[in-house]
Write a protein of this length. Structure first.
Length: 117
C-alpha cells in the first residue's frame, strides 16, 4: 500500500518558519515529480511547489517564491518544504503529492499550517 505521510505542521506567528516533511512508503518515488499543494478554508486546493526526480528543477506558485524551498532526499523517499517568512494567507492544510504526472496520483492526508497575525 502506497502511503504519503506529512508532518511538521503547526501554529506559528507571522514571520516565523516551519519545515514540512513527507515520507513515502510502499513505492519509490525517486523517478517521479513530488510536490506540495494546499487548501485554505472555503477555497480550492492549489499548487504550491514541486520538484523533479533529481531535485534540480523546482517550481513555485508566485505567492511563495523566495519564501518557500522544496527539496527531496530520494534515499529516504522523502520530500520537504521549508517555509520562511510565513504570512496569515499561508494558513491552509498542506498536502504532499507524488507520481509520474503533475499532479501525481498519490496524496497524503494533509497537515495543518496556521499562521497568526
Amino acid at each position: 500500500q502506497v502511503q504519503l505521510v506529512e508532518s511538521g505542521g503547526g501554529l506559528v506567528q507571522a514571520g516565523g518558519s516551519l519545515r514540512l516533511s513527507c515520507a513515502a512508503s510502499g513505492r519509490t518515488f525517486s523517478r517521479d515529480v513530488m510536490g506540495w499543494y494546499r487548501q485554505a478554508p472555503g477555497k480550492e486546493r492549489e499548487f504550491v511547489a514541486d520538484t523533479t526526480w533529481s531535485g534540480k528543477i523546482t517550481t513555485y506558485v508566485d505567492s511563495v517564491e523566495g519564501r518557500f524551498t522544496i527539496s527531496r532526499d530520494n534515499a529516504k523517499n522523502t520530500v520537504y518544504l521549508q517555509m520562511n517568512n510565513l504570512k496569515p494567507e499561508d494558513t491552509a492544510v498542506y498536502y504532499c503529492n507524488g507520481g509520474p504526472s503533475r499532479p501525481g496520483e498519490y496524496w497524503g492526508q494533509g497537515t495543518q499550517v496556521t499562521v497568526s497575525s
